[in-house]
Design a protein around this ligand. Structure first.
Ligand code: PMP
Length: 432
């Protein structure tokens, strides 16, 4: 497959700050497929980094957005309220865990993350936030301060926001342990942090992803989430779960944290899959907690945009009507099983993991001392080779050594089969 930039639009004047993972320029896209201006059809296992959950241009989402455009595009929510936001709030109320009955809207995941931190600090009057190693929470300065998924997200523009402390994440594969041992270790280290450096009474929030996303596609073990919940309750710490990438059905449950039975966060952050590609984000919390922020302390010109809100309303309806959460679970199991069949042929694949339609393939090698170390060269070579096979993928992980697969929630059995076939072919090309 020829994927050269010959057919591409000239990019010379685009800022080099933007680093592109593929040479593809999209002409149009539908469902799980992207048609490039090079004339090729690509099976899209990136979904705009986990955004186009209902597939590209789902006809019902397109129709809802078009209809809203004809009615009102922008009705600033602190000036005049609009119907799509009221409808969305009602619809979200039906999918949010009981008790999280107050919703605040912004534009992006990063802004929603910041909103949650501001709320936690205002509600508790405490300064510190504890994050977990490998977490990704965004790229604004405050969100980058909370991000430990790679130094590229924070190096060079310090000082960052103060009051952020990092505790270990139970990354079993990295430590060479089983999950239980890793969870015990990470909880012990958290307790140690809470006694050695960051007093519980000075701690406003724990902030964690239910599946580490940009940090390496690692599901957070349910027992770890339960341990955080218990400690947060005990110490009056706000438990914030960043569902920006793992929420909205992607993991085979509506919210990623729901894999931990009985665990309910104090604040959920959502964005990405919420509106199938339109920029809108939200945080949800109990009214009592949300009321601790001053009216007017947060907001923004575009937050909760009417067209994005209408698309989000229809996204939830499509997810429900088409059984997409269940599809994510079933197709996710198919994808993971297929990857685990392929992996043994390639010694550089150290770990295959994931949950629902989030799969990570970690590449490793051995250093001079014989230790297992990240192999980013292999991951990048494989990711680049998938494009040549007509499959779009991305890398992630602090070491850049994980290839991640993020199909749309509408992905079919045949598309997963084809994706696996193309992924195996790319492995042969890159590592064979
Ligand atoms: N949190 C998580 C878990 C994310 O995956 C991302 C985006 N990759 C963000 C926050 C930031 O979202 P945005 O890029 O919309 O600001």
């Amino acid at each position: 497959m020829t994927t050269t930039a010959e057919t591409a639009v000239p990019t010379a004047h685009l800022s080099p700050i933007l680093k592109q993972a593929t040479p593809v320029v999209v002409d149009h896209a539908q469902g799980s497929w992207i048609r490039g201006t090079d004339g090729n059809d690509y099976l899209d296992f990136t979904t705009g980094i986990g955004v186009t959950s209902t597939g590209h241009c789902h006809p019902r989402v397109v129709a809802a957005a078009q209809a809203q455009c004809a009615k009102v595009i922008h009705a600033q929510y602190t000036t005049v309220m609009h119907q799509p936001l009221l409808e969305l709030t009602e619809k979200l109320g039906r999918v949010l865990p009981p008790g999280l009955d107050s919703v605040f809207y912004a534009n992006s995941g990063s802004e929603a993350v910041e909103a949650s931190i501001r709320l936690a600090r205002m509600a508790t009057g405490r300064p510190n936030i504890i994050v977990f190693q490998g977490g990704f929470h965004g790229r604004t300065v405050a969100a980058a301060s909370l991000t430990t998924a790679g130094t590229k997200f924070s190096a060079g523009f310090s000082p960052l926001m103060s009051g952020v402390h990092m505790a270990p994440f139970p990354y079993a594969f990295r430590y060479g342990w089983d999950t239980d041992t890793a969870v015990d270790f990470a909880l012990r280290e958290l307790d140690y942090l809470l006694t050695s450096r960051v007093a519980p009474n000075d701690t406003a929030a724990f902030l964690i992803e239910p599946v580490l996303g940009d940090g390496g596609y690692l599901p957070t073990p349910p027992r770890f989430l339960a341990g955080l919940r218990e400690r947060a309750t005990r110490h009056g710490i706000v438990f914030i779960v960043d569902e920006v990438q793992a929420g909205f059905g992607r993991t085979g449950k509506f919210w990623g944290h729901q894999h931990a039975d009985g665990v309910v966060p104090d604040i959920i952050i959502t964005a990405k899959g919420l509106a199938s590609g339109f920029p809108i984000s939200a945080i949800a919390a109990p009214t009592e907690l949300m009321s601790k922020a001053w009216p007017g302390s947060q907001g923004g010109t575009y937050g909760g945009n009417a067209v994005a809100a209408a698309a989000a309303v229809e996204t939830i309806a499509v997810i429900e009507d088409e059984g997409l959460v269940e599809n994510a679970r079933v197709r996710g199991e198919q994808m993971l099983a297929g990857l685990r069949e392929i992996a043994p042929r390639f010694p550089r694949i150290g770990d295959v993991r994931g949950i629902g339609l989030m799969a990570g393939i970690e590449f490793v090698t051995t250093d001079a001392s014989g230790a297992t170390v990240p192999d980013s060269a292999a991951a990048i070579a494989v990711q680049q080779a998938t494009t040549g096979q007509g499959l779009l993928t991305l890398t992630c992980g602090p070491g850049g050594n994980v290839v991640r697969l993020i199909p749309a929630l509408v992905v079919t059995e045949d598309e997963i089969r084809l994706g696996l076939h193309r992924f195996a072919a790319a492995l042969d090309v890159a590592l064979g």
